[in-house]
Design a protein around this ligand. Sequence first.
Ligand SMILES: O=C(O)C(=O)C[C@]1(C(=O)O)C=C[C@@H](O)C=C1
Length: 271
Amino acid sequence: MNDLGPPTEGDPLDLIRRDIDGIDKTLLSLFAQRLQLADKLATTKAPQGLPIRSGREVAMLRRLIAEAPAPLERELVLELWRALIGANVRRQRVVDVIVGGGRADPTRLFDVARRHFGSRTRISHVAEPQAALQKAAENPQSCVAVTPWPAAPGVGSWWPALSERRFHDLHLIAGLPLLGPATEDPEACVFAATPTDQAGNDITLLIAFDQHHRAQRALNEAGLTGKEVARSEPRVLLRIEGFVAVNDPRAGALTSYGVEGVRVLGSYARI
Ligand SMILES: O=C(O)C(=O)C[C@]1(C(=O)O)C=C[C@@H](O)C=C1
């Protein structure tokens, strides 16, 4: 059968395509309605600051994946909604993404960022994670930084820079890719000058000065479940189960057990 000619009356191919056209029309109208809500969100949310709410994104994507009927696979749900979320964010505010580092495989890091932020987001690459963080710190309302996962092998020991004063307004807001087992480290971090919001089953990262190796005991004493994931004397990077807010008294309590300069970097959750 030649399916390239003009459609004929009752042609089964033509009937299927008409169904597709009808569905596309409905989708177009729904996509437009979803995007119109971005305008309402933009005026309801705080006027300053980034429109990204990673916790809300993760909670929503988890629900959508759980509810998706067959034959929709979770990867497709994620891909479609990342595009919708990206469009929604863009309508609220144009956000630039700066990918920094990824020595062993910078294209992989770029790819992870592209999949998350969508094909129309402006993404640039700088050689070092600190340079990406610097851009995000200098442009708190319009820039986010994507860095390699700090404890990953072969990425260089860049993470101690996170205890520097110039980065104190930046928070870890996501671990990428979103899809992945909670027990496995993500490949990349997203840092932004916006508070981390909770999604459920979150993981928090803390940085501290721990020259006497008291961190593990201090965590136990403060009632936090966690462990050391990287060390660059005297700094230590700690991974905590659950959400710990920047001003959580449990983080502050670590100082009374001999760990100094504790900073909650932020949290992430996976799908
Ligand atoms: O819920 C919001 O605050 C939105 O801006 C909407 C939306 C979405 O498209 O669903 C977009 C960006 C946020 O990161 C989270 C969700």
